[in-house]
Design a protein around this ligand. Structure first.
Ligand code: GLV
Ligand code: MG
Length: 308
């Protein structure tokens, strides 16, 4: 089954233990909403959160992508999480699998989803997977993880667990630790995840920025991931949504320039039979077309108008 393209500039985390937050999330402009059964939910609250998530996914989410973050594959909760939410709804777009440390975790989820879909009479393969890479083992195995299932749609960096795993000396998740002189402390992990994702045609999503009142810090962190090539970022608070949607969409000027590159290149290769051509004072070729194509696809997904 071919995977649909889903826009993921902003992926909103909603603790499934809170019916109030779930109700509120329905009206927020996040591209993706994921109902969290994992770290935002205390162990004693997990069964109720699972029931809330199963009831909520069946409701109306408009055009948003609806996801559920289940507990990780080594826990006592994971299999029930998957079975209950998939059986309850005609539509849960994606399961977010946290703390993925080996391709086996993804293979397990792929098989279980197949069983749950068949039992519920749903199209086989309809549920996608996002895999969170959030510790040293996961990062070391990221290439194999990215290739583990045709259901995979995105790899997601988990900075909080990652910081704990490798010993980054800070509690400021998503921010830069004091004393680090090397630039961006997350760069290596972000780049490895991005390359592994792109090698398999997947999206790459950056994780949370915990200081939700620090909108400047969030915007800097998001802009850095977007500049690197990331498709979107988690948001933990309604105040972070607009910034993420803006930062991960191309500017109108870039969108229009990219459209012009595609038109000029199509004219050059078909009508003029040339592989490289001048557009204004810039030489464009096949590589320029590919870059332009990616910007146009993101701009369209973000709903940018064809001309300003
Ligand atoms: C998200 O799950 C994180 O650990 O940052
Ligand atoms: Mg985590």
């Amino acid at each position: 089954m071919e995977r649909p393209y889903r826009v993921r500039r902003s992926c909103l985390a909603v603790p499934a233990s809170s019916e109030r937050f779930i109700t509120k999330a329905r009206g927020l402009p996040a591209d993706e909403v994921f109902l969290d059964l994992e770290d935002a939910v205390a162990p004693a609250a997990k069964p109720q959160a699972r029931a809330n998530a199963a009831a909520a996914v069946a409701g109306d989410w408009g055009g948003r992508t609806v996801a559920v973050r289940v507990n990780d594959a080594s826990t006592q909760w994971a299999h029930k999480d998957v079975i209950e939410v998939v059986s309850a709804a005609a539509r849960v777009d994606v399961i977010v699998l946290p703390k993925v440390t080996s391709p086996g975790h993804v293979v397990w989820l792929d098989l279980l989803l197949g069983q749950a879909e068949q039992a519920a009479g749903l199209p086989l393969g309809q549920t996608g997977i996002e895999a969170q890479i959030e510790d040293a083992r996961g990062l070391a195995a990221v290439n194999a993880i990215a290739a583990a299932s045709p259901r995979l749609e995105a790899l997601v960096f988990g900075p909080a667990d990652f910081m704990a795993s490798v010993g980054i000396r800070s509690l400021d998740v998503g921010g830069q630790p004091e004393g680090y002189a090397g630039g961006d402390v997350y760069h290596y992990a972000l780049m490895r995840i991005l390359i592994a994702a792109r090698a398999q045609g997947l999206q790459a999503i950056d994780g949370p920025y915990l200081k939700v009142r620090d909108t400047g810090g969030f915007r800097r962190s998001a802009a850095s991931a977007a500049a690197l090539g990331y498709d979107g970022k988690w948001v933990l608070h309604p105040d972070q949504i607009d910034a993420a949607n803006e930062v991960f969409a191309p500017s109108q000027a870039d969108f229009e320039r990219a459209s012009r590159i595609i038109d000029a290149y199509a004219h050059a290769t078909t009508v003029d039979q040339r592989g490289a051509v001048m557009l204004g004072d810039e030489m464009i070729d096949e590589a320029s077309r590919k870059m332009a194509q990616a910007i146009v696809a993101r701009g369209r997904a973000a709903g940018l108008p064809a001309t300003a």
